[in-house]
Write a protein that binds this ligand. Structure first.
Ligand SMILES: [Mg+2]
Length: 357
C-alpha cells in the first residue's frame, strides 16, 4: 500500500463550558484531522490540537510542519512501521503534527491487518472499556463545586481538579469542594506548574487532613524545576504525577533517575504519538512507574487513538474527558463515548472510524 497524499481538515468543536487551568482558558476545541490517502483507496486518520502554552504548537506551525516536512517525507512511501521513527526525526519538536501523522500511520497499519488498533498494538482481541475522570476547571470555589456536582451526577467516580491558583485560595477551593465530594470519589489534583515546593507540601497536607481520597498530585511545580519535582516527591504524602516535565522517553528517564515523580502522564500531543508513547510506557514499566494516559483539549480521533494505546498496554489510569466535555464529537464509528466510559469494539478496524470528515 503506497501513500499518495496527505490533507489537513480543521474542526472547531464547542465545549459545553469553558475549560480553565492555571495556564489557559478555551471555549472551543480547535482540532486538525490529518488524512493519509493510499493507492488502494484506504485512508488513515490521525489528528492533533494546537496547545501553544504546553507543546508550543500553533495553528500555523502545525500546517507548516505537515506541508513542508511530513508530507514530503511520506508521499510515495510504502506503508510500514519503519515510517514511525522517520516521522519522529523529520523535524525537531512539533510533537502535535508528528502525533497526527503517527496516529494515521498506525490506523493504516491496523487496517492492513484487518484488526482494531489495540489488537495491532498487542492487546487481546476483545471489547475494551476505558474509564476516564472528568475535569473540574480552575475557577471560584462556588463554580468548582457546581462543576464537580455535575460530573458526579453524570456518574464519574474520579475527578481531576485543576488548582494552582494561589496557596490559600486553593485550600479554600478544596474546603468548599467537601460539600459535594465524598470520601469514595478519587481525586487527582493538577496544579499545572502553579505551585512552589512549599505550596505543594502545604496544600497536600491540608487536603489529606480534609479526608479526601487523593490518588495523585499532578505537575505541582514548573516543568523545568526537576529538583523541585524530586523534593515534592520525597515530601508529599501522595504520589506525584509528572505531566509537562515529560514529553519524551529521554525526559522520562531523567525524572526516573532523579526520583522526580511516582507516575508519568503520557499524552500523544507531547510525545509525538503512539510510537514514542510506547517507549515511555515501557521505560516506566521497567522501573515500576505507573503511567496515566491523558490528552490536551483534543477531538475524538486522537482521544480514540490514546484509548487504543492505553487499552493495548494495560494502562488503568485515564484522563481522556474531551468527548464528555463537548456537545458532540464529530465522526462516526465503532467507538462509543458514554459518560466516563470509552468503549472500543473488537469489530472496529484501525481506529474504528467509518466517517470522520
Ligand atoms: Mg496536567
Amino acid at each position: 500500500m503506497k501513500i499518495t497524499g496527505i490533507e489537513l481538515f480543521e474542526e472547531n468543536i464547542p465545549l459545553k463550558q469553558p475549560f480553565i487551568t492555571a495556564r489557559r482558558r478555551i471555549d472551543v476545541i480547535k482540532d486538525y484531522v490529518l488524512r493519509i490517502s493510499t493507492d488502494e483507496g484506504v485512508y488513515g486518520y490521525g489528528a492533533c490540537a494546537p496547545t501553544p502554552v504546553i507543546t508550543g504548537d500553533t495553528v500555523g506551525s502545525i500546517a507548516c510542519a505537515v506541508k513542508d516536512f511530513i508530507e514530503p517525507l511520506l508521499v510515495g512511501q510504502t506503508v510500514s512501521a519503519e515510517l514511525l521513527p522517520m516521522v519522529q526525526s523529520v523535524l525537531f519538536h512539533n510533537t502535535s503534527p508528528k502525533a497526527a501523522a503517527d496516529i494515521a500511520i498506525y490506523d493504516l497499519l491496523a487496517k492492513e491487518k484487518g484488526v482494531p488498533l489495540f489488537v495491532y498494538l498487542g492487546g487481546k482481541n476483545e471489547d475494551k472499556c476505558v474509564k476516564t475522570d472528568a475535569t473540574v476547571s480552575l475557577s471560584t470555589p462556588e463554580a468548582m463545586v457546581a462543576e464537580a456536582r455535575e460530573h458526579l451526577n453524570a456518574g464519574f467516580s474520579a475527578l481531576k481538579v485543576k488548582l494552582g491558583g494561589g496557596r490559600m485560595a486553593d485550600v479554600e477551593r478544596l474546603e468548599k469542594l467537601r460539600d459535594v465530594i465524598c470520601g469514595e470519589t478519587v481525586l487527582r489534583l493538577d496544579a499545572n506548574q502553579g505551585w512552589s515546593v512549599e505550596d505543594a507540601v502545604y496544600i497536600s497536607e491540608a487536603a489529606e487532613q480534609m479526608g479526601y481520597n487523593i490518588e495523585l498530585i499532578e505537575q505541582p511545580v514548573h516543568y523545568t524545576d526537576l529538583e523541585g519535582m524530586a523534593e515534592v516527591t520525597r515530601r508529599c504524602p501522595f504520589r506525584i504525577l509528572a505531566d509537562e516535565s515529560v514529553f519524551s522517553s529521554a525526559d522520562a528517564g531523567r525524572l526516573i533517575r532523579m526520583g522526580a515523580c511516582d507516575m508519568i502522564n503520557i499524552k500523544l500531543m507531547k510525545c509525538g504519538g503512539i510510537y514514542e508513547g510506547m517507549r515511555i510506557q515501557r521505560l516506566a514499566a521497567e522501573h515500576g512507574i505507573e503511567c496515566m494516559l491523558g490528552c490536551m483539549m483534543e477531538g475524538g480521533v486522537s482521544v480514540t487513538a490514546a484509548a487504543h494505546f492505553g487499552a493495548a498496554v494495560g494502562i488503568t489510569c485515564y484522563d481522556l474527558d474531551p468527548p464528555y466535555l463537548v456537545h458532540k464529537m464529530p465522526g462516526e464509528g465503532s467507538t462509543v463515548f458514554e459518560g466516563d466510559n470509552i468503549l472500543l469494539s473488537k469489530e472496529g478496524i484501525g481506529l474504528g472510524y467509518t466517517k470522520i470528515i
